[in-house]
Design a protein around this ligand. Structure first.
Ligand code: FAD
Ligand code: NAD
Length: 481
């Protein structure tokens, strides 16, 4: 016996939750199945908790730098750095409280919308039937006119020969979720991976007082960025005291000594790079080397839903899977893995399926922000992508150090650069990056111009309030080459 719905949504992430509410609000009988907690990765283990903790790190950073601004926390008035104390349990509690608030708010809104929220793990039984093993125990079969998969991704453990996770005490080998529950600051954190997660946590824990080494396989941090931007990021991190090993990869991770989790060196990490092996003694290791889709539990074959070799669900430009009754949205379909992409996927599905629209994902402009400090905000094409995409067009590139921005100097936060790529003939902006204070907000101003098709000359000639960060959009174009 199965219960029939108009719509079933698997996963209450940033796409699944609003989609379930949109269907319920449109008077469709809707079920939302969630195997863990409402809100998905973003609210529980991703954006919300990490940016809450990053805020603690920034307070520590500024407090330490107080003497540069004439502010001292103790009696010493000739020190160059303030002493600060970090209470990791308070940092963690602040994070937990905000997550609880966001999660419970989301859960209330789902219920108020009339969605049937089912806590359990979903998988396909056949092309139209979803089987649910509920958290309370009972199992159920549900059928639906339409099924939407928004099951997200989870951290991947890099393949390292002989790595035996069970040989370590708990809380030593960490991923992006478990590191947020640490009640202590690691004495030496080794971060495997120099992407978004590695850099955000690496800088954060350095600011909280840990020694940090980032082990990055590639020749640069943040492999998708232009080399000059990645190098500027490397400079920022080095200045903050983060050690970075490039072209490096761990070949073995094993317990040091008796594996005492309180010891300063509980782990030995052997790293191979540039023709030699080196050994790092660490108190903790963070795996930040990418994520894998939550698809293997879904029994997709039973529903004729095809995946890529990496397990992402294959979708067309309107997010249809190879089963015409099933759509996929968010991280699980591969491509840029951001909350705002998952949310935009929801918007597309709502428009197409509930409002008779005809949107596609083709050509959409996807911005992002890496929440290091300074932030790295980016929208549109990178220079290397633009040159590849438009080999015969005349492109111009402007790169301006943040030390040319008055407001950045006034606040003594002038690290980084901004970079714009424009089409010389049409004067359209093709891409923009800002590694700088509030880089995400400055990037969003340029994104707005790109959405409106506004030429770079209009930004150059606009009056911006002085001394705002946006005012730099008068001057960056002076650097066009
Ligand atoms: C540490 C970290 C920081 C991040 N910071 C940012 C950021 O600052 N900005 C940004 O844009 N993005 C950030 N991201 C990425 C962002 O969190 C994801 O892109 C976003 O959450 C993806 O949303 P989603 O809707 O695809 O799925 P998710 O939010 O991952 O939700 C999927 C849900 O499906 C559930 N589920 C899985 N399998 C099943 C099943 N079989 N049955 C039922 N339920 C199931 C899961 O429990 C989960 O709740 C971060 C990610 C991490 C890990
Ligand atoms: N601010 C944000 O928007 C934000 C923050 C965190 C995460 N995210 C999302 O989550 C995704 C996953 O983040 P991530 O940082 O785990 O993945 P990532 O793919 O961005 O970076 C992983 C890095 O690890 C390196 N690497 C892989 N295997 C390695 C190995 N064995 N040894 C050393 N280095 C290795 C890769 O070269 C790469 O630089 C991101 O791509 C992003 O979409 C977004």
């Amino acid at each position: 016996m199965s219960t029939h719905y108009d719509a079933i949504i698997i996963g209450s992430g940033q796409g699944g939750t609003p989609l379930s509410m949109a269907f319920a609000n449109a008077q469709h009988k809707t079920a939302l199945i969630e195997s863990s907690h409402v809100g998905g990765c973003c609210v529980n283990e991703g954006c919300t908790p990490t940016k809450t903790m990053v805020a603690s790190g920034r307070v520590g950073y500024l407090a330490r730098r107080g003497p540069q601004y004439g502010i001292f926390t103790g009696d010493e008035t000739d020190s160059t750095e303030n002493d600060i104390k970090v209470r990791m349990k308070v940092v963690r509690q602040r994070k937990r409280d905000i997550v609880d608030q966001f999660r419970s708010g989301s859960e209330s809104r789902i219920r108020e919308a009339g969605v049937n929220l089912i806590f359990g793990t979903a998988c396909f039984k056949d092309e139209r039937t979803v089987h649910v093993r509920t958290m309370d125990g009972p199992e159920m079969n549900l059928t639906a006119d339409r099924v939407f998969i928004c099951s997200g991704e989870r951290p991947a453990i890099p393949k390292i020969d002989g790595l035996d996770v069970a040989a370590f005490p708990p809380s030593i080998l960490l991923d992006s979720t478990t590191i947020q529950e640490l009640g202590v600051v690691p004495s030496h954190l080794v971060v495997i991976g120099g992407g978004y997660i590695g850099l955000e946590f690496g800088q954060l824990f350095r600011r909280l007082g840990a020694a940090v080494t980032v082990v990055q396989r590639g020749a640069q941090l943040l492999p998708r960025e232009d080399t000059d931007v990645a190098e500027a990021m490397l400079g920022v991190l080095k200045e903050d005291g983060v050690r970075v090993l490039l072209n490096a990869t761990p070949t073995s991770i094993r317990p040091a000594g008796d594996g005492d989790s309180t010891a300063a060196s509980a782990v030995l990490v052997t790293v191979s790079g540039q023709g030699s092996l080196s050994e790092l003694q660490a108190s903790h290791v963070l795996f930040a080397a990418g994520r894998v889709p939550n698809t293997e539990m879904l029994n997709l074959g039973a529903a004729s839903i095809e995946t890529t070799a990496r397990g992402h669900i294959i979708t067309d430009a309107q997010l249809r899977t190879t089963n015409r009754h099933v759509w996929a949205l968010g991280d699980v379909k591969g491509g840029p893995a951001f909350t705002h992409v998952s949310y935009d996927d929801f918007r597309l599905l709502r428009t197409n399926l509930l409002e008779q629209g005809n949107l596609t994902v083709a050509e959409r402009l996807v911005p992002y922000v890496v929440y290091t400090d300074p932030q790295l905000g980016h929208v549109g094409l990178h220079e290397h992508e633009a040159r590849k995409q438009y080999p015969s067009r005349r492109l111009q590139v402007a790169s301006m150090p943040m030390s040319y921005v008055a407001r950045a100097l006034e606040t003594a936060e002038a690290r980084g650069l901004m970079k714009a790529i424009v089409d010389s003939e049409s004067q359209r902006i093709l891409g923009f990056t800002c590694l700088g204070i509030e880089g995400g907000e400055i990037m969003s101003v340029v994104e707005m111009a790109m959405i409106g098709g506004v030429k770079w000359t209009a930004l150059r000639d606009a009056i911006w309030a002085h001394p705002s960060l946006a005012e730099s959009l008068n001057n960056v174009w002076n650097f066009l080459k």
